[in-house]
Every structure is written in structure tokens, then in C-alpha cells.
Design a protein around this ligand. Structure first.
Ligand code: 0WD
Ligand code: CA
Length: 424
């Protein structure tokens, strides 16, 4: 039986207003001509003789008012596997990088700056890994994913979308995001839509122009993990060790949002070490650091912006709690607090003009419908590039044999040529 998470108190919106819009092609500006019905099919999605970057005739609004309807069906996410990346970023189809949460003292005094200069190995973030680790996991676990009950010849995945959890988090938060846009590359291959982020120009500039202070603050989050995680179930954290951000443990979960069957992976910080803790993902814990809250204004900003991101990121894979370390200006954690994900929406209720989980989920669902609608050509060398900037609509362009292609040959070939090896 399916377990549905459905907790929207407003039952009156049966006629879902569609947020699809048609864009006037004469001047490229957006006009709400078709807000209440599904759009006509786009004209441009597979024309073989189109130029490099044809203008789209369709766009999708991110206006939050359009998504305030009943909470969509979101099935309890099920962990279907996991994988690990070691200190050299090598892939392993197992949980060897899993860590165990060890609660810090009641009044902690954790110096997050310790080791930044001399015990830190930073992942090379100029290497764009795209979906590669997930694709490796899919090839190694294909028999778990192949369509059951389908025709004997079918070995396609029984899944509509494959992506990183982090990309879905960006979709959930888009109706409230005012600063950072995104670009998502989509390829339809053997009936499944693969979604992989493309770094925007603005993000690349920001990355190049990070201040020394900002670089160091990025280390603080990882340092908090080192203070609170042990490598073994009975072990202790080792804050004197070398911190290497190549290492990662990732869960792979399957779920459904409305009629979209999703498979995605997300990095998990640690798990509850109690042997009686519930099965994954319910035993997982997300670790965060945040500036100490000293004023009502800071509290309000924390609720309105930070808790939105924390909620979206953990709700998606069904991680039930976030443990937050609150730090002072000098990077010393002075308080630790647990936030159950299921309580976050109550915490923010008194905030004026605050975010709503239903808006996040409905926008994501409509975005995925939009993608299914436009990305019609099943071809690993075609990319539909969906672009969004705050205060604009989501637009798209189509690219053939371009540098946006992201499904590697090793994946396409193995998926095309061989049947999955059947394990039970
Ligand atoms: O190529 C890319 N554009 C991306 C690759 C963007 C985002 C993630 N990744 C990859 C990395 O290989 C990473 O191992 O995905 C993995 C994590 O995926 P995710 O869970 O979907 O990402 P997200 O939810 O954004 O971040 C989870 C954690 C972060 O923790 P905090 O508490 O800061 O949210 O993953 C880490 C970070 O610790 N992380 C990354 N690690 C390596 N490379 C990256 C990244 N680009 N982004 C976040
Ligand atoms: Ca974290």
C-alpha cells in the first residue's frame, strides 16, 4: 500500500490552474495568454533544420500564487541503494563511507577554523561530474530498476526522471528564490528523462571571485561534520584528522511526485548509530551550520530563507531531521539544535509572507510535467536546456550534438547493447 504525504488543509482547489504560459514570439516578452489551460504543443522541439538556439514558444511561470493548491501526492521515498566516493573520488557500489552521528556536549565549543590551513584536502570543483556517479550506480543495479510486467524485450528503466537531489531542491525553492537562477540540461533516453545541472555564467563568476573569508566559511560546514561523525558505530569523531571533501556517502531513493516516478541520489552526512533506529532513509541525519541568532530580524530571516532550503533538501529523500550547529562570528559552534523536518512547517507558521511546502511541491510537479511535454525526442545526443532567472519564467532551447550533451558513451552503449544481469 502506498503511503502518501498529504497535509494541505485547503481542499478547494480542484481545478488546478496551469502555470504554463505561451510566450509571444514577436518581442520575446512574456504575456499570460494561456494561464488556465494546457498549452498547444510547442512548434520547435525537434525540427532538424533549426539553428543552434531556437527561441522557445513555451515558458513556465514560477509565481508562487499559481501553486497554492492541494499538496500533491508525494510517496514516502524508499532507499533502493547507496554508493560511496572515496578520498580520491573513486566510486564504490556500497556504503563504505557511511558515518555515525555522535552528539556533542550540551554547551559545545567547537572551533570550525581548526585545520583549514594544514589538514584540509579540497575536492577539485572544476571537475564537472554531471550525473556520472548516479549513472554508474544505475548500471550496477539495473536489474532492480527494469520494468516488471512489461514486454519481455523491454529492459528500459521503470522511471520517468533521474537526477541529483540537489537539482530537485533548486526546483522546490524556485518560487521563493530572488537571487540565483539555474540551468538544467534534460535528455530523454529510452523513455527516461535525465536532468543534469549546467553551471550558469553568474555562478562561475561567483566561484572565481570568492573571498578568502567565503572560502574558509565553506570549510566550516565540513568541519562541523568532522566534530560530530564517527567512521564506525562505536567509534569517536576524530577532529585532529585530515578533512577530505572528496569523500561522500550517497543514498539512492525512489519515489513518486504526482504522476512522476523519480529516482534520485543525495549525499547523506551520517546516520543514527542506535541499532534500533528505523531503516534508511529514516535513520539519516543532515548536518548544518548557521550563524547564531541574536535578534528578531535574524530569527525571521532564518525561518524565511534558511529553513526553506533545509526543509526542501531533506524532505525530498525522506531524511527526518537536521542537526544544526550555531556558530559565532569567529566560527565557534556555541549551540546545537535538532530540527525535525516534520515540525519545520509549524515553526514558520507565524512568519508573515512565509514560504509554503505545497507551493514548492506543486511547482516541482508542474516543472516535471512541462519537461515531459517539451522533451519529446528520445535521443542521447539531444539536450533540452531549461533556463531560469529570478522574476522571469522558465524558458528552454534545444541543442543537438552540442557541448551540453551529458550522457556518456559508456552509459549509452551499455544501456543499448546489453540486458541487465538478473539478480534476485
Ligand atoms: O556537478 C554538479 N553541478 C553537482 C554535483 C551539484 C551538486 C552536487 N553534485 C554532486 C557531488 O558529486 C556530491 O557528491 O552531488 C553530490 C551531492 O549531491 P546532492 O546531495 O544532490 O547535493 P546537495 O543537496 O546540493 O548537497 C548535499 C551536500 C552538501 O551539504 P550541505 O549541507 O552544504 O547542503 O553535498 C555536498 C555538500 O556537503 N555538495 C557537494 N559536494 C561535492 N560537489 C557539491 C558539489 N558540487 N554540492 C554539494
Ligand atoms: Ca550537510
Amino acid at each position: 500500500m502506498e503511503q502518501h504525504r498529504s497535509h494541505n488543509p485547503n481542499p478547494n482547489h480542484q481545478n488546478r490552474p496551469s502555470a504554463y504560459k505561451r510566450e509571444r514570439e514577436d518581442n520575446g516578452r512574456n504575456h499570460c495568454e494561456n494561464k488556465h489551460s494546457r498549452p498547444n504543443r510547442p512548434q520547435n522541439q525537434s525540427g532538424p533544420s533549426r539553428g543552434q538556439n531556437p527561441h522557445s514558444s513555451l515558458s513556465l511561470s514560477t509565481r508562487k500564487e499559481l501553486y497554492e493548491r492541494d499538496f500533491p501526492v508525494y510517496k514516502q521515498p524508499v532507499e533502493v541503494g547507496c554508493f560511496s566516493l572515496d578520498s580520491e573520488r573513486r566510486f564504490f557500489n556500497d556504503g563504505r563511507q557511511m558515518r555515525y552521528y555522535v552528539e556533542p556536549d550540551r554547551s559545545p565549543n567547537l572551533d570550525l577554523r581548526d585545520g583549514y590551513k594544514d589538514r584540509f584536502i579540497k575536492r577539485d570543483d572544476s571537475v564537472k561530474e554531471k550525473l556520472d556517479h548516479m549513472l554508474r550506480w544505475i548500471l550496477a543495479n539495473r536489474s532492480k530498476l527494469s520494468a516488471r510486467g512489461a514486454t519481455a524485450s523491454s529492459c528500459d528503466l521503470d522511471i520517468d526522471f533521474v537526477t541529483w537531489r540537489g537539482h530537485l531542491t533548486k526546483l522546490l525553492t524556485a518560487p521563493y528564490e530572488t537571487r540565483e537562477g539555474w540551468q538544467l540540461a534534460v535528455t530523454r533516453f529510452r523513455g527516461t528523462l535525465y536532468i543534469s545541472e549546467v553551471e550558469t555564467e553568474a555562478a562561475r563568476r561567483d566561484q572565481e571571485n570568492r573571498t578568502e573569508r567565503h572560502e574558509e566559511m565553506m570549510y566550516w560546514g565540513y568541519k562541523f561534520e568532522q566534530y560530530t561523525c564517527a567512521d564506525t558505530v562505536h567509534g569517536r569523531p576524530d577532529p585532529g584528522g585530515v578533512l577530505n571533501t572528496n569523500e561522500a556517502f550517497c543514498t539512492v531513493v525512489q519515489t513518486r511526485l504526482a504522476d512522476h516516478r523519480l529516482l534520485f541520489s543525495g549525499e547523506v552526512d551520517c546516520r543514527d548509530k542506535d541499532p534500533n533506529a528505523p531503516a534508511a532513509p529514516a535513520c539519516y541525519i543532515e548536518l548544518k551550520t548557521s550563524a547564531e541568532i541574536c535578534t528578531p530580524k535574524q530569527r525571521s530571516n532564518f525561518h524565511r530563507f534558511k529553513l526553506l532550503k533545509w526543509w526542501a533538501q531533506s524532505f525530498l529523500p525522506g531524511v527526518p531531521r537536521v542537526v544544526a550547529g550555531f556558530r559565532d562570528e569567529e566560527g565557534v559552534v556555541v549551540a546545537v539544535e535538532t530540527f525535525p523536518i516534520s515540525k519545520i512547517s509549524h515553526l514558520i507558521k507565524n512568519e508573515q509572507n512565509c514560504w509554503k511546502p505545497t507551493v514548492c511541491m506543486n511547482f516541482c510537479s508542474d516543472f516535471l510535467s512541462f519537461v515531459k511535454h517539451i522533451a519529446t525526442e528520445d535521443n542521447p545526443s539531444v539536450v533540452y536546456l531549461l533556463s531560469w532567472e529570478p522574476r522571469r519564467d522558465v524558458t528552454f532551447s534545444v541543442h543537438r550534438d552540442s557541448p551540453y550533451c551529458f550522457l556518456p558513451h559508456w552509459f549509452v552503449e551499455e544501456m543499448t547493447s546489453s540486458q541487465p544481469s538478473h539478480q534476485s
